[in-house]
Write a protein that binds this ligand. Structure first.
Ligand SMILES: Cc1ncc(C[n+]2csc(CCOP(=O)(O)OP(=O)(O)O)c2C)c(N)n1
Length: 616
């Protein structure tokens, strides 16, 4: 079926193809992606848009000797297909299968791990400077999107890049989209560059003047060097990048392999900091994704689509809808997202209250300090953000929000393990870092109605910084409605062995209690609605227990178990005690159920722990 693709086992094979075969290859890669990713789930639209660019990069560079860093890394599927991993593609994002992001442990062709946005410019610069220090001779390049350019790290890095002559090539893959339409002044600036009249002129220049350059060639001919000026001058006299000391080439049609290989060869040969501005179309070649790239940024796998519908699709939907209802009654409420409007359930809020809605770009640090500014001026900012991306804002939460005790509400979505996206995306540190913040309160619902109530409380009753953490998906334990008056709930108060838990893990605790009952072990479950500060009454409930287990979807270090264990110690409660949490190591990918089992945090695992602890 895949006439040309079947012949590609590593990037060297690409170099045997003529232009016609390269174009067939690109079409086949698109078919392959559509076939596989619609089944497995994953990042479809970005990969469809970057097919020709990835092929051109592998034609021009000599990987793995040369190093290529993918920003975010969600667009590295084509690279994986071309670097010997297409046979394993059915395992993409599955338990023990291929990662959805670059992994140095997975392939020598992956030169740097990514997952969070806007890191590539810094990482590649470090690699290039290390090469020079160690007198090596490989090339370094990085690919980042226009969405990534809304992240502040990029500017810290560009500032550093531009002031010396390190040989490095940056490829700006500009498709005008982040997950949704890209935002901000920089995106307007890029739009202006894209639409300069000279774009077609530039393309002509490239085609007519460089057509003699072999697609894969000996090193670029000496006389060709002056053409870079022709290209640049024909396009834009000076750009933001030039002014920073980084040579700008482009814009270039990102779906034309001849243009791409010509310009990339030129850029590589310039041996200085260069940025190549490549124009691509997100979702290219697949009509549904072309017309709605946002919905095809990340798609669920075939199995996930069959999930049963609960009251809300998921916790994000519940949070978004609740926020709209509260905003109807309280006009001081504003919502903030860092480029995740749809992911965190804020589309309806944005539609209904566009003036009270702020998409700040992939800028979690800015989002938090911006929220602090709003809060100190009498507005109630609600920042809805994935737990793992909030990690970026540690100092802003501490320095700008908590030290001033400002009323900022954090809706911490995707708290706990998130499944297929894996180690960079699991939200298993938020209890640790948020409980480290002076004056922070952390709430944890186990049902949609509890989430509704907690958001209302956080906005309308609480004063000061507060976070509500909730998991990905729709796993519900139907707890008490009055989750605020009762900071905790006791399930089966007569039990003499205790599980202290919260959030989605309450389900697991209940299941293991049912299992243990059959063995005559009676479990009391303490469900914390407020995780931090830990309710003082907790200690009264557990001080006479025969054994205590804490169960949470955070890592061990700094988590709920450690906080409770330290307090028990201080109070002189010396009962048998065990923390059940994710280990302090990168957490692998797979479904949430598989991960719980893998780490012994499913009902069977917890039942086993309790038996062992009792008998210890
Ligand atoms: C710090 C951080 N925040 C949010 C995200 C979620 N995210 C993944 S891809 C993406 C959009 C990236 O846009 P762009 O860089 O233009 O790449 P494209 O998908 O358009 O190719 C976002 C917001 C992330 N990966 N990292």
């Amino acid at each position: 079926m895949y006439k040309v693709l079947n012949r590609i086992n590593d990037p060297q094979d690409l170099k045997q193809l003529n232009n016609e075969e390269l174009n067939i290859l690109c079409a086949e890669i698109r078919d392959f992606l559509i076939e596989k990713v619609t089944k497995s789930g994953g990042h479809l639209a970005s990969n469809l848009g970057i097919v020709e660019l990835t092929v051109a990069l592998h034609l021009v560079y000599n990987m793995p000797k040369d190093k290529l860093v993918w920003d975010v890394g969600h667009q590295s599927y084509v690279h994986k297909i071309l670097t010997g991993r297409k046979e394993k593609f059915d395992t993409l994002r599955k338990y023990k299968g291929l990662s959805g992001f670059p992994k140095t442990s997975e392939s020598e062709y992956d030169s740097f791990n990514t997952g969070h946005s806007s890191t590539s410019v810094s990482a590649a610069l470090g690699m290039a400077r290390a090469r020079d220090l160690l007198n090596d001779d490989y090339n370094v390049a990085a690919v980042f999107g226009d969405g990534a350019m809304t992240g502040g790290m990029i500017y810290e890095a560009l500032n550093d890049v531009g002031h010396n002559k390190t040989s490095i090539v940056y490829i700006l893959n500009d498709n005008e989209m982040s997950i949704s339409k890209n935002v901000g002044a920089l995106s307007k600036y890029l739009r202006n560059l894209r639409h300069k009249k000279s774009y077609h002129h530039s393309k002509e220049v490239i085609e007519h003047t460089l057509e003699k350059v072999p697609v894969v060639g000996e090193s670029i001919k000496h006389g060709l060097k002056h053409i870079k000026n022709t290209i640049k001058l024909s396009v834009i006299p000076s750009t933001f990048f030039d002014d920073l000391g980084i040579e700008y080439l482009g814009p270039v049609d990102g779906h034309n392999i001849v243009d791409l290989t010509s310009v990339l060869t030129l850029a590589k040969d310039m041996k200085k900091p260069v940025i190549v501005h490549v124009i691509t179309q997100k979702g290219r070649g697949y009509k549904p994704a072309e017309s709605n790239p946002q919905n095809f940024h990340g798609i669920p796998g075939a199995e996930a689509k069959k999930e049963v519908k609960a009251k809300y699709k998921d916790y994000s939907g519940c949070a978004g809808e609740t926020l709209v209802k509260l905003a109807d009654k309280n006009e001081r409420i504003v919502a903030i997202t860092a480029a995740m409007t749809s992911g965190v359930g804020l589309i309806d809020f944005y539609k209904k209250y566009p003036k009270r809605f702020f998409d700040v770009g992939i800028a979690e640090q800015h989002a938090v300090t911006f929220a602090a500014g709003l809060a100190i001026s009498g507005v109630v900012p609600v920042f809805a953000v994935y737990s793992s991306f909030l990690q970026r804002s540690y100092d802003q939460i501490l320095h700008d929000v908590c030290l001033q005790n400002l009323h900022v509400v954090f809706l911490v979505d995707r708290a706990g393990v998130v499944g297929a996206d894996g180690e960079t995306h699991h939200g298993v540190h938020d209890i640790s870092f948020l409980s480290d913040m002076p004056g922070m309160t952390i709430l944890s619902p186990s049902s949609f109605s509890q989430l509704e109530r907690m958001i209302d409380y956080a906005i309308n009753e609480h004063k000061g910084p507060i976070a509500v953490r909730y998991p990905r998906g729709n796993s519900e334990y139907i707890g008490k409605e009055d989750c605020i008056g009762d900071e905790m709930e006791i399930i089966n108060p007569d039990g003499n062995n205790v599980i202290i838990t919260s959030g989605r893990m309450v389900n697991t605790a209940v299941k293991s209690a049912v299992m243990l009952k059959k063995d005559g072990i009676n479990i009391k479950i303490v469900k914390l609605n407020k995780i931090y500060p830990v309710p003082k009454a907790l200690y009264e409930h557990v001080k006479d227990a025969q054994s205590i287990i804490t169960l949470e979807d955070n890592t061990i270090s700094g988590g709920m178990g450690m906080i409770i264990g330290a307090e028990l110690e201080q109070r002189g409660v010396h009962t048998k005690f065990k923390i059940c949490a994710f280990p302090d190591e990168p957490i692998i990918h797979g479904s949430i159920r598989e991960l719980d089992k893998h780490y012994g945090l499913d009902a069977e695992g917890i039942a086993k722990e309790i038996k062992e602890l009792k008998n210890a």
